[in-house]
Design a binder for this molecule. Structure first.
Ligand code: IPM
Ligand code: MG
Length: 362
């Protein structure tokens, strides 16, 4: 089993280091190889996704990714910005299915900005299509308008598009995932305005015929954004396009009050996957040793489960994280009165200890 380790920028290096220590503590045999990505790769090689990094990622069974980005790269031409590395990996590896769970840990109920009763026990799964939609649709660019409200003016444009197979496959992923949960899927669209999303809705409805055991409903994205803060527990699996999924997954993550806790997985059709925390590179706290490594550690658990066929090891990590939370340790982002504030390394130590002392049984 080969893991490509791409720590990236900002807090990426610190949090990935802890995830690796946790993986090492499992006593399984992985081959791990590290490469530069994002701003770090741009500094060293002049490109955020160098050929060698892409090759490593393609050859590996899984990619463990930290985070990329820093404000200092905002003025670079778009193809050289750190974010292009993650988009390039998604595209080149065909990582079309993005799993973003939003789980409210019992001990962290108080960290949410919503009332505890609204989010206690929250466990939703956003499945975001990741290689289509307006993110990748061509044509895009700038030009002089020939029509519209201001012919002759400068304009910019992107293209929202989905093909039938793209929608079919992500719908299947969602229905299959729902089968292992509470058998409910909400498909989020904007069919009242957009042709692309009327098409999306029609196809999801068709594919649903193969899954009579699953309950499907459809919701417009604006309403979904509202329902997520009004009554989030009404959702179970949400499936949506790339753009809406980007926005709703941040909203859902923040419902739990602790984006520092949430892992994510992006899979292709052969279960090769990229695993990363749902949060970004947080340059403001980089290098200070205070970042929460748990989202990355939990991403490593998802990696074991989805791409490396090691469900038991994944359970061990997840149990260890719960144990550490129950013992009262908190990084700054999830700290509250009466708990013990620790840094990145101490949090990693505690998870490793929980795994190796075998105080935890899967
Ligand atoms: C995410 C991020 C990325 C996205 C950026 C960094 C390109 O926001 O993974 O949600 O928009 O998909
Ligand atoms: Mg995002």
């Amino acid at each position: 089993m080969k893991i490509a380790v791409l720590p990236g920028d900002g807090i990426g290096t610190e949090i990935v280091a802890e995830a690796i220590r946790v993986l090492d503590a499992l006593d399984l045999s992985f081959e791990m190889e590290t490469a530069l990505v994002g701003g770090a790769a741009y500094e060293a090689h002049g490109h955020p996704l160098p050929e060698a990094t892409l090759k490593l990622a393609k050859e590996a069974d899984a990619v463990l990714f930290g985070a990329v980005g820093d404000w200092k790269y905002d003025k670079l031409d778009r193809p050289l910005r750190p974010e292009q590395a993650i988009l390039g990996l998604r595209k080149n590896l065909g990582l079309f299915a993005n799993f973003r769970p939003a789980i409210c840990y019992e001990q962290l109920v108080g960290a949410s900005s919503l009332k505890p009763e609204l989010i206690a026990g929250l466990d939703i799964l956003i499945i975001r299509e990741l290689t289509g939609d307006i993110y990748f649709g061509q044509p895009r660019g700038r030009r002089t308008a020939v029509d519209g409200h201001f012919p002759g003016a400068e304009e910019a444009f992107d293209t929202m598009r989905y093909s039938r197979p793209e929608v079919e496959r992500i719908a299947r992923v969602a229905f299959e995932a729902a089968r292992k949960r509470s058998k409910r899927v909400t498909s989020v669209d904007k069919a009242n305005v957009l042709e692309t999303f009327q098409f999306w809705k029609d196809i999801v409805t068709e594919v649903h015929k193969d899954y009579p055991d699953i309950e499907l409903d459809h919701m417009y994205v604006d309403n979904a954004a509202m329902q997520l803060v009004k009554a989030p527990k009404k959702f179970d699996v949400i499936v949506t396009g790339n753009m809406f999924g980007d926005i709703l997954s941040d909203e859902a993550a923040m419902l739990t009050g602790s984006i520092g806790m949430l892992p994510s997985a992006s899979l292709n059709s052969s279960n090769q996957g990229l695993y990363e925390p749902s949060h970004g590179s947080a340059p403001d706290i980089a290098g200070k040793g205070v970042a929460n490594p748990l989202a990355t550690i939990l991403s490593a658990a998802m990696m074991l489960r989805f791409s490396l066929n090691q469900a038991e090891a994944a359970d061990r990590i997840e149990s260890a994280v719960k144990h550490v939370l129950a013992s009262g340790l908190r990084t700054g982002d999830i700290w509250s009165e009466g708990t013990k504030r620790v840094g990145t390394r101490e949090m990693g130590d505690a998870v490793v200890a929980a795994i190796t002392k075998k105080t935890i049984t899967g």
